[in-house]
Ligand binder design. Structure first.
Ligand code: GUN
Length: 284
């Protein structure tokens, strides 16, 4: 049976480091690190994520500024808020929780965030830096950053490994593929149109499942000894489920992340790390 990677324990260690760095920032600059969290609409999952992010800020000595718009809000109001946050010296990081309601243009909103305050790393400048292998410190998408830390925590090298990412979203699939490539893995990205998915996933030493479909990855799709990272957060009436059929796959995998308690806590920890690193690098 594979070893279950404890995302909660790893995230606690990252948060301890963030807390120390946030205290250092306060000593040096005479103010706390600040993160603005913007929620638009009433998506129940977003409400949970935003609440958890705000709580995590408090626990690490980061000031949080919270803004909630109801779903009927005009795009111009959201843009105006972002302009104000870009100019606000107390704010080091800005996060707009996704998804946004349909009448709001996600690209336009994300493009308005100052790249220097882009705690999620979703701005084209930061996504471009990641693509080019340049310096995107403090501005790398949080879930992909957390996934790399989870893989590294196993002690198994990434260099030279065959990595398969299932899912090609801008939030997870594409950026995690880039990070794996930067870490010298040989990377394949699969998606809804991929033919013979199982043939490809079975070659993976590192398998990242970021599809958003309950238990789409089953034991027969996994190579023995593989490191399996489950990004799925699929809620239904009976609970929260990953993209990986954990009970079956854990018998085959070398290492596996659970849901909950795997990737989720690391996403929040890396958001805090991004915010503090971003604060230090802004030099204001
Ligand atoms: N929605 C799902 N994941 C994320 C994330 O990492 N950041 C934001 N802002 N929204 C999300």
């Amino acid at each position: 049976m594979g070893i279950v990677i404890d995302g909660k324990a790893l995230s606690a260690r990252v948060k301890d480091e963030v807390k120390a760095r946030a205290a250092e920032f306060e000593r040096e600059r005479g103010r706390k690190v600040g993160l603005a969290v913007v929620k638009v609409g009433d998506d129940p999952a977003s409400a949970i994520y935003v609440r958890n992010k705000i709580r995590a800020c408090e626990a690490c000595g980061i000031l949080s500024f919270s803004y909630c718009f109801d779903g009927g809000e005009k795009q111009s109001a959201v843009i105006e808020l972002i302009d104000a946050l870009n100019a606000d010296k107390r704010v080091d990081g800005i996060l707009v929780q996704l998804p946004l309601p349909k009448h709001i243009d996600e690209k336009a909103v994300l493009a308005r965030i100052s790249p220097a305050k882009d705690a999620d790393g979703f701005h084209t400048v930061n996504a471009g830096n990641l693509f080019l292998g340049g310096d995107a410190t403090g501005h790398i998408a949080c879930t992909p950053r957390g996934i790399i830390e989870l893989i590294k925590s196993t002690g198994e090298p990434i260099c030279g490994k065959r990595a398969v990412v299932v899912g090609r979203s801008n939030i997870v699939g594409k950026p995690v593929a880039m990070l794996l490539l930067q870490n010298d893995a040989t990377v394949t990205v699969c998606h809804s149109r991929t033919k013979d998915l199982k043939e490809i996933t079975r070659t993976a030493d590192i398998l990242v499942a970021a599809v958003g479909k309950k238990h789409i990855i089953t034991a027969d799709m996994v190579k023995r000894g593989a490191t399996v990272i489950d990004v799925g957060m699929n809620r239904d009436d009976s609970g929260l489920y990953g993209d990986v059929d954990f009970d079956g796959v854990k018998e085959i995998a070398g290492y596996i992340t659970p849901v909950p308690g795997g990737v989720g806590p690391m996403t929040i920890a890396m958001l805090l790390a991004n915010t503090v690193e971003g604060a230090f690098s802004r030099n204001e």
